[in-house]
Design a binder for this molecule. Sequence first.
Ligand code: FRU
Length: 494
Amino acid sequence: MIDYREKYRPQFHFSPPSKWMNDPNGMVYFDGEYHLFYQHHPDGTTWGPMHWGHAISKDLIHWEHRGIALKPDRNGVIFSGSAVVDRDDTSGLFSGKPGLVAIFTHADNDPETNRSRQRQSLAYSLDKGRTWTMYEGNPVLCNEQIPDFRDPKVFWHEAKQRWVMVLAAGDRVQFYASANLKEWSFESEFGAAEGSHDGVWECPDLIELPVDDRVDRTKWVLIVSIGDHPQFKEGSRTQYFVGDFDGSAFVNDAAPDTILWLDHGRDNYAGVTWSDVHGEDNGKLFIGWMSNWKYANLTPTVSWRSAMTLPRVLRLKSGSSGIRLTQMPVSELSRLRGQTQSWSETAIRPGGNMLEDASGDRFEIECEIDMGAAREVGLKLRKSEREETVVCYDAAEGTLSVDRRNSGEHDFHEAFACKHGASCVLDGGRLKLRLFVDNSSIEVFANGGEVVLTNLIFPDLSSTGLELYAIGGDAKLVSLTLHPLNSIYSAVGV
Ligand code: FRU
């Protein structure tokens, strides 16, 4: 029996029914269904021999758990990867019909040398993802000289009419091309001297997005996660590059030493986008693993471990410093809203708290604040006498921060209790926030998703207080709405 009531169990985020989960894998949309696979250790609540767990959704919010899709076989355990719709049966696996192909990393040790190796393999499904067969020609892409050679993300390149794979290869990514998903040829590589190298490169993605929602202008975004390194307190993080891709090679728009972070919080890792989404959201739907390798194996949950971020829509926005990625949660989430409360046009005075009579354990807040004469303005969430998680804006520094030092349980790892932030430029002196709080997370989207902070928190169930505060002078609340969010498990009685 799945324990949806367990303390810290997210009520509107995806989490595995039981045991360990890490990266999202194989995300693909096919025949009205969103598929989400994930790195899964079904026999433990810490990382172990990897399988792909599987769930299906029609709205990206409510998920039907489908158990294990891929399990270790003679080629090794199943690391991260992607899935595509092979619409024209280029692989010849589907008797001329469309079908699903998963492309992932098989990890094992070479029986002769005992050296660890990572090789790319295929599995396919003839029944809309319900069951999977390993391709008998596995593995399909090997390079045993490179020990970290993994996490293939495959997509159909329209202009060149062929498949492209982007793969993490140590301190860089490599691009391969194929006509049939089975035979791959090396095209180029990128990144050995670009961006952040604070950890090994993992889980790349490459997507083409409209700039400023214009139909006539696109750019390519290369997303690269970088692993934890003991030297860096931030742990594992995700960066991105904006540039051009001609089907063979990626060219970065920015100087090689520019580093762009996808999320300024600590808990959004290994995220990639859904494949084969049609219409307006094509290439834009993203989900990440809401944890950090620094402490992922130690978080204080019991029967399961880890959740995904909210599914998000990616966009590109041009500004004075270049073209940047923005992210906002998918609109389907608004269906979970309960009885909304609103506040508006009021002064936020030092010492006051207009949210004193409000409370919430899982909710969404939308607010717009004019900083006025305040030095700092903030929201305290999941608050009690002993606990609070603080989202605050420092006017002098121009930074938006999350402070989880007193957010709840934190002694499972010394790096967890921290305050961290990012520069956030206000539009006309106004801070616009949208934030989502669940039983063990807080996601902050500022200025329409230009600055995002995703963080785990482990507050007590009784910490439900709210506070809106100002320091150093009056600020003005333009508007604030508080939406309690219903549990996605309400149909099963939570
Ligand atoms: C990223 C990662 C991937 C790998 C997987 C193994 O979190 O290290 O590079 O495929 O996890 O579970």
